[in-house]
Design a binder for this molecule. Sequence first.
Ligand SMILES: C[S@@+](CC[C@H](N)C(=O)[O-])C[C@H]1O[C@@H](n2cnc3c(N)ncnc32)[C@H](O)[C@@H]1O
Length: 277
Amino acid sequence: MSGLVELTDSDFAEVVRVIHSRFGIDLTKKRTLIRGRLNRTIQKLGYNDFGEYMEAVRADESGQQLLEMVDRLSTNHTYFFREPDHIHFLTETAFPSLWGRRVEAGLAECRIWCAGCATGEEPYSILIKLADEYGVGALPAHPIVLATDISKTALETARRAVYPDSRVAAAGNIVQRGYATQREGGEVSISPAIRSRVLFKRLNLMRTSLPFKNRFHVVFCRNVMIYFDQPTRRLLIERIQRHLVPGGYLFLGHSESMGRSVEGFEYIRPAVYRKSS
Ligand SMILES: C[S@@+](CC[C@H](N)C(=O)[O-])C[C@H]1O[C@@H](n2cnc3c(N)ncnc32)[C@H](O)[C@@H]1O
């Protein structure tokens, strides 16, 4: 098939409705993106038009087609040490305020959640910073960062943990510091000592109940809500709040900060909040 399959107004409205109701993502201004990205899927799967494709998505009781659709439509842009002041704040202020001078002892129980981790650069940056600060030996051997996303392909990249040299440059000389090994072809592989401390899981943040037994000390949910409308942002923050320990920290992206007044949280600094005790 050649050329683009047409996206009618009603097909567009249907995609926007489904993606918003199931995943919170607001695509009302993303008509071109929807047409471009789903066209490839439609052509690959051999459907004649959007209507046929949407019918198949609706009929698929496994939900697999819907997950593939959101995978195509989600924006997974991220990079190492993005908004680095947050990562410095973690070791300089957040951890000492949680565990005082006994930070190393606190690490044994430390639980961090990266909600919307995309291709893994954010959780690995956090681990590299913790290893720099406290030494790899002080970190517990089990995963201390849970990293979740809705996108299967992003999670595959995250688990593989192989990145082009150009993408890890912002993390400093991580090969020399022992956090990665150099591969042929201009790529580095994040070392097992860092990788083994992150657990990646697929999780839809719009699930009405989140499947966690224990509460987290720190949640990073950065640059995820940019694509959510205001009521959905509030709903997600409320949900996250329930899964934080009292005094635990929430980091949002700088461009999606919720201002100074967020119910249940004390405002600490731009895009950083602390759960009220
Ligand atoms: C732009 S990336 C942000 C990555 C990283 N947190 C950062 O700040 O660089 C946003 C991620 O949120 C994920 N996402 C969007 N809606 C989601 C949902 N309902 N459930 C889980 N993940 C979602 C997307 O798949 C995407 O990988």
